[in-house]
Design a protein around this ligand. Structure first.
Ligand SMILES: Nc1ncnc2c1ncn2[C@@H]1O[C@H](COP(=O)(O)OP(=O)(O)OP(=O)(O)O)[C@@H](O)[C@H]1O
Ligand SMILES: O=C(CO)[C@H](O)[C@H](O)COP(=O)(O)O
Length: 309
């Protein structure tokens, strides 16, 4: 029996970390089982036209959201699409490509939750919300190193885009099942980041109650579970600090893996070498436990979703 593909949305502002997060999730699910779609390909205007028209890529009017919705609906029912391609190296469009969806489809981009018709296609919805200061640093680094912009260009673009970020990007947070915020610890100058995961009760999350039982209450534990409100609604919040020990990471992994034996290859015995991978400031390869666990949790939801269709 064949099943329809499971669709994951990863939405956030430019350089919020969508591609970085996607990479590890695809590793867990098996790259051969995953189709990744970047919705930048649905831009309506190329780089030169946007500059002439004084419109940003964040504006819904600057994107073919109707075609994006049609394509997601086709992919969700296992049908192929002819997807446009936007080339970030020179800011132009290339000939479209034929895409046949694999078992899992990851749709990452700026406006993935902009309309009800688009939102209805996802099984799991993630929103990335790093602090703005961190996102700006990431964007400056990435756009100067990989997209041919000068630092001044990027700083100016960030300023020009802010009203559209506020009007069109950040409101999408309310549609997510999981909100991911990587942030620097208060007490360190190091490069490793903590993560705060807001877990909305819109999908069934793993049972993390054991963490509550282990919390000492006397000091700040490196792994914390709590209750909070996000955009006025009650949520669970799981926080994992960058200095969490391998033992603490393994204990968290086991909570996921005990429920889903198919994740076992990615749990314990030293963790998985491919998860949580990042390039450091000098291009060196780093591994972040908070990122690895975030990738594992999202993969957990994707595999869980296969059991519901
Ligand atoms: N969890 C993280 N920890 C440390 N650095 C990160 C993390 N996520 C992203 N970055 C940094 O931010 C940069 C931008 O990340 P990434 O390309 O994943 O963003 P994006 O949301 O896919 O961007 P865009 O939508 O503009 O293509 C990366 O090159 C990396 O340097
Ligand atoms: O917000 C962005 C998401 O990546 C980009 O800036 C947008 O897609 C336009 O790309 P480019 O700056 O390469 O022309």
């Amino acid at each position: 029996m064949t099943h329809r593909p499971i669709i994951l949305g990863i939405v956030g502002d430019s350089a919020a970390g969508k591609t970085t997060l996607t990479r590890g999730i695809a590793q867990v699910l098996g790259e051969e089982n995953v189709t990744v779609i970047c919705t930048d390909d649905y831009h309506r205007y190329d780089r030169k036209q946007r500059a002439e028209m004084d419109i940003t890529a964040l504006n819904p009017d600057c994107n073919y959201l109707d075609i994006m919705q049609q394509h997601l609906t086709l992919l969700r029912t296992g049908q192929s699409i002819l997807k446009p391609i936007y080339n970030h190296h020179d800011g132009t469009f290339q000939p479209p490509e034929y895409i046949k969806p694999n078992r899992f489809v990851i749709v990452e981009g700026l406006l993935g939750y902009a309309t009800r018709g688009i939102r209805d296609n996802y099984d799991v919805k993630v929103y990335l919300a790093p602090p703005e200061s961190l996102r700006c640093q990431w964007k400056i680094k990435r756009d100067t190193m990989k997209r041919g912009y000068s630092e001044e260009d990027v700083i100016l673009a960030l300023k020009q885009r802010e009203p559209d970020s506020e009007d069109f990007i950040r409101p999408q947070r309310k549609s997510a099942d999981v909100i991911v915020t990587f942030y620097p610890p208060d007490d360190e100058n190091g490069t490793s980041l903590n993560v705060r995961l807001v877990l909305r009760p819109t999908i069934p999350h793993p049972d993390f109650s054991e963490i509550f039982n282990q919390q000492s209450g006397h000091h700040i534990d490196a792994v914390r579970l709590g209750l909070d409100r996000d955009m006025g609604k009650p949520v669970d919040v799981l926080e994992i600090d960058s200095h969490a020990t391998l033992e603490q990471v393994n204990a968290l992994e086991m909570m996921l893996c005990n429920e889903l034996p198919s994740l076992k290859n990615f749990c314990s015995s030293g963790g998985n070498q491919n998860l949580g991978i990042l390039a450091g400031t000098t291009g060196e390869i780093l591994q972040s436990y908070p990122l690895a666990l975030t990738q594992l949790l999202i993969a957990y939801h994707m595999i869980k979703a296969t059991k519901l269709v």
